[in-house]
Design a protein around this ligand. Structure first.
Ligand SMILES: NC(=O)c1ccc[n+]([C@@H]2O[C@H](COP(=O)([O-])OP(=O)(O)OC[C@H]3O[C@@H](n4cnc5c(N)ncnc54)[C@H](OP(=O)(O)O)[C@@H]3O)[C@@H](O)[C@H]2O)c1
Length: 316
């Protein structure tokens, strides 16, 4: 039995990997040691636990629908989870999520291989066990008058041997740059960093979650990066540069190596890709991911001018 805490897309990813038939995962590029563990440890029950209701979950509907339609998986939603939800008040995504969960809970899967339980209005208050997890204590929750999640003191115990957190992310400050403590982002306008009161900081840029917060799918990050890079290139074209700076830019790898930084190139990426294909062949699979950071660094260090990875590289 496994518990994922949080009701966002990471919790769905966790639940999908744990409930899928391991034989199907052989077709993915999942690292072999991970597949071995999933094959030898049968997961009978996966609990996805939310501290608020199904209409507060941040799932995207497509991902939720796919998970709820997996072969051989019986979905359950705890009794009462839908009580008090007025669908007329919900936006499109939320209404669709609630519908998917309602329908999944009524679908009976004969001879199910495993069960996927959505448990709402609960929060973990303790994880018990000595050498490994034995159970999780969950407290029933409610919203107070200000709409904050509060515990009701009603505790139940869920037996589990694995607990995973999927409670989202938060940005952390970088030395020398402004930071919006409330939102956990670096203040910026379309990727150009600004001071907290909105003045642009020349030649400083951000992309991704540190720019707009930990939300969105991979496609969101692509267009987000394109926006920043467009502005960066426009600023570069407008910036007078001296010869020395131009030379440094032309030999960027050397410039970075002098500062003890070793960038990874597209050729490096291809070397990793080829090594992953070779490794996959050995297991009779198309390709398997290399999951160890140190191993990846060894692969890309083979012919790089800066030499083998430094301890700083290895620390990530
Ligand atoms: N397939 C994909 O494209 C894909 C896959 C994975 C992730 N993503 C994206 O990556 C982003 C991050 O996803 P995520 O799932 O990590 O985060 P998320 O969408 O922010 O969801 C976090 C969940 O954790 C709960 N939570 C937060 N703090 C908690 C606490 N202290 N105790 C109990 N529950 C707590 C939140 O509940 P409250 O709402 O009550 O705070 C929420 O249900 C999202 O934008 C997601 O869409 C996309």
């Amino acid at each position: 039995s496994a518990v994922a805490v949080g009701v966002g897309n990471v919790a769905l990813d966790v639940a999908r990997i744990l409930t899928r038939d391991p034989a199907e995962l052989e077709r993915t590029d999942m690292p072999q040691p991970v597949l071995d563990v999933l094959t030898t440890h049968t997961v009978a029950d996966v609990w996805v636990v939310g501290r608020r209701g199904p209409h507060h979950a941040s799932f995207t509907t497509k991902e939720l629908r796919e998970l709820c339609a997996l072969d051989g998986v019986q979905v359950t939603v705890d009794a009462g989870a839908f009580e008090g939800i007025d669908e007329a008040d919900l936006d499109r995504r939320t209404r669709a999520n609630v519908d998917v969960l309602r329908q999944a809970a009524t679908r009976v899967v004969p001879e199910a291989r495993c069960r996927l339980h959505f448990l709402f209005w609960r929060r973990p208050v303790a994880i018990e066990g000595d050498a490994c997890v034995r159970d999780v204590q969950l407290e029933r929750t409610a919203l107070d008058a200000q709409g904050r999640v509060v515990g009701t003191g009603d505790i139940s115990t869920l037996e589990a041997q694995l607990v995973l957190r999927a409670i989202g992310y938060r940005g952390v400050p970088l030395p020398g740059l402004p930071f919006d403590l409330e939102r956990g982002v670096i203040p910026n306008r379309e990727g150009r960093i600004t001071t907290e009161d909105g003045h642009p900081l020349p030649r400083e840029y951000v992309v991704g979650w540190i720019k707009r917060g930990p939300i969105g799918v991979i496609g969101t990050n692509k267009s987000d990066a394109a926006e920043t890079v467009r502005l960066l290139l426009a600023d570069l074209a407008d910036t007078p540069r001296d010869d020395a700076e131009d030379r440094a830019l032309l030999d960027l790898d050397r410039h970075l190596a002098e500062r003890g930084l070793h960038p990874t190139s597209y050729d490096d990426w291809r070397r990793i890709e080829a090594a992953e294909a070779t490794r996959g062949e050995g297991f009779g699979r198309a390709s398997t991911k290399i999951e160890a950071w140190a191993e990846l660094l060894d692969l890309v260090a083979l012919d790089r001018p800066g030499g083998p990875p430094t301890p700083a590289d290895r620390d990530g």
